[in-house]
Design a protein around this ligand. Structure first.
Ligand code: GLA
Length: 721
């Protein structure tokens, strides 16, 4: 519900338990009054106190108490009396960037309009959400900024985006665009970010806010392994299950910035938006720049509540397609089993063994095309290498299907190796700066998707392969970051963002043409794990690090924002290929259950005991896969102290739950651990093994665990009686 109180020109965006409140002040400027626990529409008292502050200049010289430098704003700009970080910058023909945005009009309507050309959350009926659009005008230039806010009725979540419209008569340059920006007084909050590297993605960092600018960004042209376009603000004292937390996710897969600026009066300005090095987007008269969307999620139940709202929203109103709500197939991928060294017989032998234990889909990874013997050649030549696979993909797919399994395929469509037929034919089709060397990473260059002929080639190459054989699944990889970002087709300052837009257009085209194919996104593991990609592909290969113990913190951090169903997670061989650790087969399985579950090893090489365990894991997973697909996650013990990790998934009706516990580092003659459960029905009784225990007791008293050895795991399946 969105209410407008005309007397005070105040907007109340009402979630089930939260409110986001904006107001137009006496001079027409849009102020942020509140985002937090729900308040009913009415008078809020004096939220924005005006004081005469030294060195904060006054746009209305008669009023020394009025300065943009101290007002809590919703869409701050630069060049006038606010010295803090702007949300929007537009450069005028004279080189200045002043914008004085004054309220012009607003409209409230049921539903949520689509964002043209960009991924976004959506509703299925207009009753699910309301949208407020506020139009602000800079009179001297004719530039309008249209702020869009969608409040979901069933979620404490607001989707925010903006459009910049040039109603003036000269070309202007957009140089900064934050999808969300708001000023709040509580600078004693803490900032959560998800940081890391390749093979160590999305580790949770929580740090106290301090004066000045702090935050994370990516200049890599993708959302990146290094920082994720998701941040959260935690109130003092907030933790996993208590206190107020605000989460912000950018629905965008390119470079981004997410920052908090604490000013001289301890006011915190939080912003999230796209960021491209040297962004200069030419806006012709009457042209419009559409920002990506930011999703703003509020929780009064700590980080856990925030994550559950994110999960439900991302899973059901951001991801799309027929696999959105479906439990995903149990798959086996040959990458860590064979790397580039395979042929049809070897793959079929892996598939036969996998079928025996109940695996449903076989994915052929890198190396099936062109002259791809290793990572030095072949990217761009999407034609099956029949020396490895006689008869081509069609024959291989038929043999897999004859086992009553489905077949999936790896692509890296955005790339080209200099050693490829594609590059020899079109050496200018990659991003590059004429007259400068072309930097390579993993021996590859990036195709300039902003050129229609290049995008069309990629579309044709991928779709031709998808039509050539029965392919039910695609792993869409992307294994380097953008450098020499230039294109003959566009001004340099536009190419970063245009690349992302062109990628989205390509993904839209391919995924809508092949609605029966399950698409998984990947970028050297989780280098492009963001809300934008989830709109096209409901799951992402979480990390190239498949070690069960490393995965605990990777999946824990990922789960802050992203649903379990989106995290590709596989059982791999031991000693593990990334960190050399040996963990029990059962533990590898239990960790991989809480994602899109699969295997990535040659089952023919397992000991009979491990193979038997793998078979049991599939049986156990089948028993809980519906619950895992749409249940609510409760993190019980975070892996940060390297002692143990525990979490549980509770079905939406609270009739079932799966609890998982993994011991990381054992202690000699250790204490008994207590695991208090969450999210159950306190009035219900649950069968757990041989016992029946009340939900109240399971939550108040918990389970008792004797000391265990390193890397041991346990699961408990709870069912209401
Ligand atoms: C990336 C992916 C891996 C694998 C390789 C193949 O690193 O993340 O899973 O597909 O590429 O080259």
């Amino acid at each position: 519900m969105i209410a407008y109180v005309a007397d005070s020109r105040t907007f109340f965006l009402q979630g089930p338990r939260s409110s986001y409140v904006l107001a137009v002040d006496a001079h027409g400027r849009l102020l942020h009054l509140h985002w937090g626990g729900r308040v009913e529409p009415g008078s809020l008292g004096q939220v924005a106190i005006a004081l005469d502050r030294p060195f904060s200049p006054n746009p209305l010289p008669a009023d020394r108490r009025y300065s943009l430098d101290t007002l809590p704003q919703e869409c701050p700009t630069g060049g006038l009396t606010d010295f803090r970080s702007p949300a929007v910058l537009v450069e005028h023909p004279d080189g200045t960037s002043a914008l004085d945005l004054i309220y012009e009009s607003h409209a409230i309507a049921p539903g949520k309009p689509r964002l043209v050309g960009l991924p976004a959350s959506y509703c299925e009926t207009t009753a699910e959400a309301d949208t407020l659009v506020i139009v602000l005008l800079d009179k001297p230039s004719g530039v309008r900024v249209e702020l869009s806010y969608t409040q979901f009725r069933d979620h404490d979540a607001v989707a925010r985006s903006l459009r910049i419209r040039n109603a003036g008569d000269a070309i202007r340059q957009v140089t900064r665009v934050c999808s969300a920006s708001f000023d709040q007084p509580q600078a004693e909050r803490r900032l959560l970010t998800l940081d890391g590297s390749w093979a160590r993605e999305r580790q949770v960092t929580i740090a106290a806010l301090r004066p000045g600018v702090q935050g994370v960004l990516s200049r890599r042209g993708t959302s990146s392994h290094q920082h994720n376009p998701f941040i959260a603000l935690l109130d003092a004292g907030a933790d996993e299950s208590h206190g107020e937390v605000c989460g912000l996710a950018l629905v965008y897969s390119g470079g981004f910035t997410a920052q908090v600026e604490v000013d001289q009066y301890a006011s915190a300005r939080t912003q999230i938006g796209l960021d491209a090095p040297g962004l200069r987007w030419a806006l012709a008269p009457n042209a419009v720049f559409q920002s990506p969307e930011a999703l703003l999620v509020w929780s009064g139940d700590g980080l856990g509540g925030m994550s559950r709202t994110c999960h439900r929203l991302f899973r059901t109103r951001l991801a799309r397609g027929k696999f959105r709500d479906a439990p995903r197939p149990i798959l086996i991928n040959n990458w860590e089993a064979t790397y580039f060294n395979f042929d049809t017989e070897k793959l079929v032998a892996i598939a036969i063994k996998a079928k025996e234990i109940g695996v449903e889909l076989m994915v052929l990874d890198d190396g099936w095309f062109g002259a791809r013997a290793d990572d030095r050649a072949g990217l761009g030549d999407w034609v099956c290498n029949e020396r490895k696979l006689p008869g081509g993909l069609r024959v291989l797919a038929e043999r897999i299907e004859a086992l009553d399994m489905r077949f999936g395929l790896w692509f890296e469509p955005e790339m080209v190796n200099p050693d490829s037929d594609l590059y020899r034919a079109h050496p200018d089709w990659c991003l590059h700066i004429p007259g400068r060397p072309r930097s390579e990473a993993r021996n590859q260059l990036i195709l300039d998707l902003t050129r229609p002929e290049v995008s069309d080639y990629v579309y044709l190459a991928v779709s031709t392969v998808l039509r050539s054989a029965r392919i039910s699944y695609v792993k869409w990889d992307m294994n380097r970051h953008l450098t020499e970002v230039a294109s003959p087709a566009h001004p340099a300052g536009e190419v970063h963002h245009r690349y992302v837009l062109a990628l989205y257009a390509l993904l839209e085209r391919i995924t809508s043409e092949f609605p029966d194919v399950l698409f998984e996104s990947c970028s050297g593991g989780g280098g492009r794990f963001d809300a934008g990609m989830l709109h096209y592909m409901p799951q992402v290969w979480c990390s190239d690090n498949s070690d069960a113990i490393c995965r605990l913190s990777i999946q824990h951090g990922t789960s802050m924002a992203y649903p379990l169903s989106s995290m590709g997670a596989h059982v791999s061989a031991c000693p593990n290929h990334q960190v050399s650790r040996t963990t029990p087969m059962r533990t590898r399985g239990h960790v991989a259950f809480t994602g899109a579950f699969g295997f990535e090893l040659d089952l023919n090489k397992l000991s009979p005991e491990d193979l038997a365990t793998a078979r049991e894991l599939v049986v156990e997973y089948n028993h809980v896969r519906r619950l895992l697909a749409d249940g609510d996650l409760h993190r019980l013990r975070e892996p940060s102290d390297n002692q143990a990790a525990a979490w549980m998934v509770v079905s939406p009706d609270r009739r079932q739950a799966l609890v998982t516990y993994v011991r990381i580092s054992a202690v000699g003659n250790g204490p008994i651990s207590v695991l208090r459960l969450h999210g159950l029905d306190p009035a219900a009784r649950y069968r757990i093994g041989e016992e029946v225990i009340g939900g109240d007791a399971l939550m108040a008293i918990g389970l008792r665990l004797p000391p265990t050895h390193d890397f041991q795991s346990r699961t408990w399946h709870l069912e209401q009686v």
